[in-house]
Design a protein around this ligand. Sequence first.
Ligand code: BJW
Length: 225
Amino acid sequence: MVILTGAGISKESGLDTFRCAGGVWERVRLEDVATPEGFARDPDLVHQFYNDRRTGLLHANVQPNAAHEALATLEREWPGEVLLVTQNIDDLHERAGSRNLIHMHGELLKARCGACYAVSEIRRDLSVEDDCAGCGAIAEMRPHVVWFGEMPLEMDRIYRELAGCALFLSIGTSGNVYPAAGFVQEARVNGAHTVELNLDPSEGATLFDEKIYGPATREVPAFVE
Ligand code: BJW
């Protein structure tokens, strides 16, 4: 099984989605905060955007919900058979207990060196003053996230798993952002059964064999059962 998750799975944990009413892209322009060009233009603004989201993620009220927990249970019940690919940069899947997990758009609780790509854990604010200790070049640290125009992480492994999976589930994603939005097609041409669990039909809804619409905390545990 390959399971793709997006911002919708963390919505009921208190984290905003991007494109729903009241979502992140209503407050900031994605060109300003989620592109390498935006970071080059105004690193303070980009650091502020990710610092605020990191603070939000570490708030005591933000906890994994029943959907994250159901996917962790599924992995425990089917050892070695479940790969979770998340577009989310939060750590709620790990906190729920998922282990076979790829963060294709990076991780909010990590920073990386702009020169040597060394990745380190970070639970505090980042600023332009942070430089890359131990790196020959003098380079700034940046959030370890994948911005528009950058290559998502671990794509070779993801495509290999999509080619061999029997079941592809897409949960809580609008299907607006590639390459993730193309995974359903990839799994489908290789013969997988494809299922969408979302609040509303996604952009690629017609490509799914089965569609279940409702909140993730209700639909994901029911599907896993
Ligand atoms: C619920 C719910 C509840 C709500 N229960 N559900 C044409 C022009 C220009 C560029 C392109 C182009 N075509 C393709 C591109 C490339 C571009 C792209 O896709 N652009 C589009 C906008 C067109 N993509 C890229 O640049 C990517 N890189 C790339 O393509 O590299 C080249 C490559 C080539 C070949 C192979 C491989 C690679 C990089 C994309 C990086 C995306 N980064 C972001 C921000 C960084 C991380 C962060 O700050 O968090 O990632 S953008 C943002 O969108 C974030 C998300 O991971 C991503 C997806 O959003 P998601 O998760 O789908 O959230 P929403 O809000 O859209 O949807 C939420 C859904 O939940 C909704 O459907 C609700 O109904 C549902 N929901 N409550 C269940 N309770």
